[in-house]
Design a protein around this ligand. Structure first.
Ligand code: FAD
Length: 372
């Protein structure tokens, strides 16, 4: 049967682009369908765990050489600003999505990526072939990866369970100029959400928060919400008092769902947020997107070279996904629930202040090990 390439990837965020580079390096022909162009700012905390740094280097992306900030300290504060600080067990780096996604895209193009800028509207599977449809065209390949992020029209087409439930979470992000240490990532709690701060390669400070829409709705707009809610935390008040916004206005997204998803759907191997989104407070979603792309690419490469049944590929990928990510997803959800409760947060900060080692273990429980 006719095919356009070996593998079609739907969605070109971190997961899709990483898989594209990996599979192109392994000499497969790859088409990537992405609705937006590059570069583009995205709602994201922009702190990447070092878990994936050696792997990114192996893909020919060198974040540290490209001025990403090395981050090794973590500060956390509760609602009223009672704070604690530790050295991060694994550490990470600060880089904007504007720069990181672009670097991956340019690397993929240099390796021969076929890029189609369009929205995928449907994907079907039959006679061992996928057919991916956009507004004007359709493409065929024996393998396809779903890398289209947290939520997309495709989830409705695929009748995925989580899509019928509304989510109360919204995300807001903007870059600021001002004072903030280069080696620090901070997470400040406020009533109804939490806000992350860290520097990126341009020296800008990325400010990104997750908020409960119901708490946000009680306030007039983003500025009022910032003053009346975020700035109740004294660390955030001090930060905003001296910082100047770089963006004309903050970027926002809504309907951020943390529900369980399946790693394989209608024979599509799901990677990144399409397979599951960890709570952003863990600062680990990007590392998971990149790592899951690596696992799926390796499973695909092995499968194609051994020509086993497709069912075995799907089982193997699901097994490896769960083994690598299920525990950290569960721990992330538990911490998130605690953080949403003022009393638990206050008590938790008190306990953790006395035992920084315990905080280190909590962070480790939501992170993986260095990919070597
Ligand atoms: C508020 C917030 C803060 C966060 N902070 C951090 C952090 O500090 N550190 C961290 O590691 N993680 C963080 N994360 C998580 C991180 O942003 C995600 O885990 C990561 O972006 C997942 O990458 P992805 O490639 O799966 O999805 P995305 O980056 O969302 O990419 C999906 C791509 O698919 C495209 N697409 C969607 N539908 C279609 C379609 N039908 N056809 C074609 N293209 C399509 C989109 O345009 C997009 O480019 C945060 C998340 C949120 C919500």
């Amino acid at each position: 049967m006719e095919q356009d390439c070996d593998i079609i990837i739907i969605g070109g965020g971190l997961a899709g682009l990483t898989a594209a580079v990996h599979l192109l390096q392994a000499d497969f022909s790859v088409m990537l369908i992405e609705k937006n162009s590059y570069p583009k700012h995205k709602v994201c905390g922009e702190y990447v765990s070092n878990e994936v740094l050696p792997y990114l280097d192996a893909l020919g992306i060198y974040p540290i050489n490209n001025c990403a900030k090395k981050i090794n300290r973590f500060q956390f504060s509760g609602l009223t600003g009672n704070a604690l600080e530790i050295k991060l067990p694994l550490g990470g780096f600060g880089i904007s999505r504007y720069a990181l996604d672009l670097a991956l895209y340019e690397r993929a193009i240099s390796l021969g990526l076929v890029f189609e800028q369009a929205t995928a509207t449907n994907v079907t599977f039959g006679r061992e072939q996928f057919e991916v449809t956009t507004k004007d065209k359709s493409f065929r390949a024996p393998y396809a990866l779903g890398a289209y992020g947290k939520r997309s029209g495709l989830d409705i087409t695929l009748s995925r369970k989580f899509i019928s439930t509304k989510s109360p979470w919204m995300g807001v992000k903007a870059h600021y100029a001002g004072e903030f240490p280069e080696d620090l990532v901070a997470l400040h709690n406020f009533s109804g959400g939490y806000c992350g701060l860290s520097k990126v390669e341009t020296d800008a400070i990325n400010v990104c928060y997750l908020a409960d829409v119901n708490s946000f709705k009680k306030h007039k707009d983003l500025d009022t919400y910032r003053v009346e809610v975020l700035e109740q935390n004294r660390y955030l008040k001090e930060f905003f008092a001296q910082a100047e916004p770089i963006f004309e206005k903050p970027l926002t997204i809504s309907q951020i769902s943390f529900q369980d998803k399946s790693a394989v759907e209608n024979h599509l191997l799901m990677i990144g947020d399409s397979a599951g989104l960890i709570h952003p407070l863990c600062g680990n979603g990007m590392a998971m997107a990149i790592h899951s792309a690596k696992i799926a690419s390796e499973c695909l490469s092995n499968h194609i070279s051994t020509s086993k049944k497709r069912e075995q590929l799907e089982k193997e990928y699901t097994k490896q996904w769960k083994r690598t990510f299920a525990t950290r997803m569960r721990n992330g959800a538990l911490i998130q629930r605690g953080l949403h409760n003022a009393t638990i947060t206050r008590l938790g900060v008190g306990i953790l202040q006395k035992s920084p080692r315990l905080l280190s273990s909590v962070i480790q429980s939501t992170h993986g090990n260095l990919i070597t």
